[in-house]
Design a binder for this molecule. Structure first.
Ligand code: NDP
Length: 337
């Protein structure tokens, strides 16, 4: 159990967090980047990224985000593979606890916690999660070689997942609740030209059907026509849920102002949250664009605003590392921001 005190502490190692770390490190702030459970965020489950500038050829999502993290380390960031479990923003420096038992103090904090998978919310979905129900076509697709799968959703994630799966599965059926995709045109066109892909428009998934003994496995889904209410069964070996993401901000509920959906509120053209010295960037604040490149841009803004905050509100010098205990200088929350 260790204690760490950082001038700038960043939570989240996706494009927003890594970019913030690169900028903060180059400003000589020696940032700490706490990765969270899934170091790298959503890019770790994206097979290929084709729209991140700087890569003429498609780049693997995990590789892209790993390069970002290494760039941050090379610039002087210390990466901590830990999960923040509690946060106290009532005093400066801010105090955070990690799952490892480590304690973190931060003079400025950048929240780049991203988003997490949205599930359909069916109890049968829960029952078969990991036994035929997945939200990760990249990792789990391999189990469906030459089998039939269903993908639910109509955005970029669903269409990309269906495209990835179409290279492995014998047949992919996309079930979408409306009569058109919201995904990028280039992805839509690619999907609709695939011979082994079917789309069932205007249908919702009511239930995942499967066997429980001796092991759990999926045999089909019950789908409902949202216009007529007609219900039928669609046989399948697996269901991939790709219906979007929700901001991963539960840790900050009640501490930072948020909208009803849980996105952290920031000032216009800024990453400043309702607490001075706490900046937020990426999917945690963005219900609209949610792209790797826009998240990276916000990470850059957050780092610069953190520096500005620290110049305007100089913290006490950081004590040399010590074991945990109430060794840190604490004081009332800074005003302004
Ligand atoms: P989106 O929010 O864009 O799309 C979610 C899809 O799921 C929508 O089609 C929505 O339907 C459907 N949906 C939502 N809730 C339900 C529900 N309860 N039951 C059935 N269907 C539901 O999320 P994505 O994860 O697809 O994308 C998130 C962001 O990430 C986007 O900005 C996207 O552009 C980006 N992204 C980009 C990629 C790329 O390669 N460029 C790859 C993956 C993601 P409806 O359309 O009716 O609202």
């Amino acid at each position: 159990m260790n204690a760490h005190h950082a001038r700038v502490l960043i939570i989240g190692a996706g494009p927003a967090g890594c970019t913030a770390a690169i900028y903060a490190a180059r400003a000589n702030s020696k940032p700490l980047l706490v990765t969270g459970r899934r170091a790298g965020g959503q890019l770790t489950t994206t097979a290929y990224v084709e729209n991140f500038p700087g890569f003429a050829e498609p780049v693997e999502g995990p590789l892209l985000v790993e390069q970002m993290r290494r760039q941050a380390e090379n610039a002087g960031t210390k990466v901590m593979y830990d999960i923040i479990t509690s946060v106290d923003l009532s005093m400066q420096p801010f105090r955070l606890e990690g799952h490892s038992g480590d304690t973190y103090l931060a003079d400025a904090l950048i929240v780049a916690t991203g988003s997490e998978v949205r599930w359909l919310g069916l109890s049968s979905e829960k029952t078969f999660k990991g036994f035929g129900v997945s939200a990760n076509a990249i990792f789990d697709g391999i189990f469906y070689r030459n089998k039939e799968v269903v993908v639910v959703g109509g955005g970029d994630s669903a269409v990309q997942a269906a495209l990835d799966l179409s290279n492995l599965a014998s047949k992919v059926t996309v079930v979408h609740r409306r009569d058109r995709f919201r995904a990028e045109s280039i992805l839509k066109d690619r999907l609709l030209s695939k011979a082994n892909v079917d789309v069932v428009w205007n249908h919702a998934i009511d239930e995942v059907i499967g066997e429980h003994e001796p092991n759990k496995w999926v045999t089909g889904v019950r789908i409902r026509d949202v216009r007529t209410g007609d219900v039928r069964e669609l046989p399948t070996h697996g269901l991939f849920v790709a219906i979007g993401h929700d901001p991963a901000t539960a840790l900050f509920r009640g501490l930072l102002d948020m909208d009803a959906a849980g996105y952290i509120k920031v000032d216009p053209w800024s990453t400043k949250t309702s607490v001075p010295g706490v900046l937020a960037a990426g999917d945690a604040i963005d219900p609209i664009f949610r792209q790797a490149i826009s998240a990276a841009g916000m990470g850059c803004m957050a780092a610069q605003e953190a520096e500005k905050f620290l110049i305007e509100h100089p913290p006490a010098p950081i004590a040399p590392a010590q074991s945990a205990g109430p060794w840190w200088p604490v004081g009332p929350l800074h005003g302004g921001g």
